[in-house]
Design a binder for this molecule. Structure first.
Ligand SMILES: [Zn+2]
Length: 330
């Protein structure tokens, strides 16, 4: 199964699965801070035989193998054969707070809800004794649980502070239909509060294209967006997201619009130069209207791009304005 609402980047180490079925879900961390897109890219070429079905980070979840395929992730044939492998960016020593704010939990919950529905995986963590007696236990487990139950590895991830309660909360919310909107980066249907520097500076409201400083007094009320159909849930579940993550939303300028405008000006200018050059090379009957018409035609296509970008930005602005001025009823 390929999850429809996330990117799929085919990984290299895809192995055939005896029955094409999965029973459990294995949670790993990547032992580093690299983004999921880097992990998924590396998975297309890595030669160590290692793979996973999903890579998750603060921004997105990327699927790397079809869930019918067998990934190389567990160290044991029980784990490889029976589990869907989920690699989450992070290391064993991360704090609970770090985990809570550095995973796109809502999206990960939606993805794993699809896995649970398809394979009947229960939303709970299996006990090691249970895994030993039933390698096809339909539940979640860590790499460390697999190590203790089935051996073949010395890995102990994802670490003692991994918030299993949060993981199960977001999966249950998705299964219950409480999460009805996707928050995506590519579709820009996303909003988040963020700070550029942890603990410092203004709080920004970001939507993937632009960002605006949120007046301190409005920070709490912006969280009403979590229930908004129009814009989608807050990506970070209403919490202020601090640190470099803000950069994930791109520059807060209108660079695309500026570039299109420059292109329109350049097209006009070159048309003008061409017309004047032709004139200088021998023409004597100067028809200003013809020259200007040629100049306008040259700029028209580029102008259409400018207008489309302006319309998109205006619409985004209206939505941001609405977000910063929540209705009384919210
Ligand atoms: Zn692992």
């Amino acid at each position: 199964m390929k999850v429809a609402f996330i990117p799929y980047v085919q990984g290299r180490n895809s192995y055939s699965d005896i029955d094409g079925l999965k029973y459990g879900v294995a949670i790993h961390n990547t032992s580093n801070d690299a983004p999921a897109k880097n992990e998924a890219s590396y998975a297309t070429r890595r030669t160590d035989g290692t793979s996973a079905h999903f890579y998750a980070d603060p921004i997105e979840v990327i699927q790397s193998l079809d869930t019918t395929a067998r990934a190389g992730h567990a160290g044991s044939s029980n784990g490889n054969q029976h589990a869907v492998a989920v690699e989450i960016t992070g290391t064993n020593d991360k704090s609970r707070d770090w985990w809570l704010t550095n995973v796109n939990w809502v999206l990960l919950g939606r993805v794993l809800a699809e896995v649970c529905k398809l394979y009947g995986v229960q939303v709970r963590r299996a006990a090691v004794t249970e895994m030993r007696s039933n390698p096809k236990v339909k539940a979640f487990y860590s790499h460390d649980d697999m190590r203790q139950a089935w051996g073949g590895t010395d890995h102990t991830d994802p670490g003692n502070n991994f918030p299993w309660d949060r993981l199960f909360q977001v999966i249950n919310a998705a299964l219950a239909g409480e999460v009805t909107n996707s928050s995506t980066v590519g579709g820009k249907n996303m909003m988040v509060l963020a700070r550029a520097v942890p603990g410092e500076g203004p709080i920004w409201l970001c939507d993937g294209i632009r960002r605006r400083i949120v007046p301190e007094g409005l920070v709490a009320s912006v969280q009403w967006l979590g229930a908004s159909v129009a814009i989608g849930p807050l990506w970070n579940n209403g919490a202020v997201w601090e640190g470099a993550e803000l950069n994930a939303f791109g520059a807060p300028d209108d660079s695309a619009e500026v570039a299109a405008r420059d292109a329109a000006s350049a097209a006009r200018e070159s048309a003008m130069v061409a017309a004047l050059t032709a004139l200088a090379s021998g023409g004597t009957n100067v028809d200003t209207a013809v020259i200007l018409a040629a100049v306008d035609a040259a700029g028209e296509e580029a102008e259409a791009t400018v207008r489309a970008l302006q319309a998109e930005l205006e619409e985004k602005d209206a939505r941001l304005a609405a977000a910063l001025n929540p209705p009384e009823s919210a």
